[in-house]
Design a binder for this molecule. Sequence first.
Ligand SMILES: NC(=O)c1ccc[n+]([C@@H]2O[C@H](COP(=O)([O-])OP(=O)(O)OC[C@H]3O[C@@H](n4cnc5c(N)ncnc54)[C@H](O)[C@@H]3O)[C@@H](O)[C@H]2O)c1
Ligand SMILES: [Fe+2]
Length: 380
Amino acid sequence: MSAAGTQRRFDIPTTILHGGGCRRQLPALVRELGGTRVLVVTDPGVVQLGVASEIVDLLTQAGLSVAVFARVQPDPTDENIEAGVAALEACAADVIVAVGGGSPIDTAKVVAIRPANPQPLPEFMGLHKIANPGLPLIAVPTTAGTGSEATKVAVITDTARQVKMMMLSVPLLPRAAVVDYELTLSIPRGLTAAVGVDTLTHGIEAYVSRKANALTDPLALQCIALCAQHLRTAWTEPANHAAREAMMLAATLGGMAFSNSSVALVHGMSRPIGAVFHLPHGLSNAILLPTVTRFSIAAAPERYAAIARTIGCADMLSWLEDLNAALELPRLSQCRGVDRARFDPEVEKMAADALASGSPANNPRVPTAEEIVALYREAW
Ligand SMILES: NC(=O)c1ccc[n+]([C@@H]2O[C@H](COP(=O)([O-])OP(=O)(O)OC[C@H]3O[C@@H](n4cnc5c(N)ncnc54)[C@H](O)[C@@H]3O)[C@@H](O)[C@H]2O)c1
Ligand SMILES: [Fe+2]
């Protein structure tokens, strides 16, 4: 909610192809960027779906030379980055293509800038810590989603410290995005719910953030509107093309919005849950979203009212709770692998890590460490 006279900066990829079937234009786009040797960065799940091989075939049939690095794990780590850099050096690629959800895209972003920025990875954590541009990257998302195809953000786990490092730097921005919703038709229900609420959270946090501005507001509201209209349908009818296309659009718009305003307290508190308990990112957001919204609403009533109007609901809190219930998203206490005996001793570190990430400072109501601990317990 920047004041009059504020200067704004807005970064997005140079080219975004969006729509069913647009993945077939990928080889031409690689050539447009001057590419001849491509490193495809993906993960075992995307390989198993046959999506990675479809993309590799498209590229090789167009006469491009292709190597594949498929060893990205969900919530990628510093070890994934170093293995990816070794793969890049081995094939001497001039363009990187990331195929998958946020995990392969974030990995590819950091692999692409690594040769030109050799300092220790933790130094990249925070805002604008990566100085030099890297290899051109084309992001092909298969979840809808993180919006990572359109953001200057990557989230990489520091395995030694068990911290999800949020890095925001312009060199992390993909040069291009090829956003083909047909690649999301295979997403199972649980993942549709988690990545869909991640998208919704991007829209909401980009809109209530203290860094929200006139360039990001329309994108954030449109992201929220699309999620409100289409997420439940994408979940109940996985093969509904219109709903999948709308959620893909919402994901890209949400990414463009939050990358240029910011995320806030939900994401700040979500990353430590992911780092400690390895819950999917969207699931930990969904768990926190109602609780954090209740905490924040009084600090930005007009903003939350505009969101409620966009959604078309009278009471945003019950709407969020109903959405989680309709999408069968569990509470924290119901998640496998999260038991109270592990949660209690971790909660103070989680609150400290949340604050250290900087995201809570963008929330309309900025919490203390004690308040974050209380919010974690409330979300339990
Ligand atoms: N860079 C950003 O701007 C940004 C924003 C939000 C989240 N993130 C990060 O992104 C990561 C999460 O990404 P994600 O939620 O997209 O999940 P993901 O990339 O971790 O993928 C989760 C699982 O879904 C599978 N999968 C991917 N596409 C599929 C498809 N079409 N059908 C079936 N299965 C499929 C994958 O193989 C994987 O096993 C987290 O690390 C999070 O912190 C980054
Ligand atoms: Fe997110």
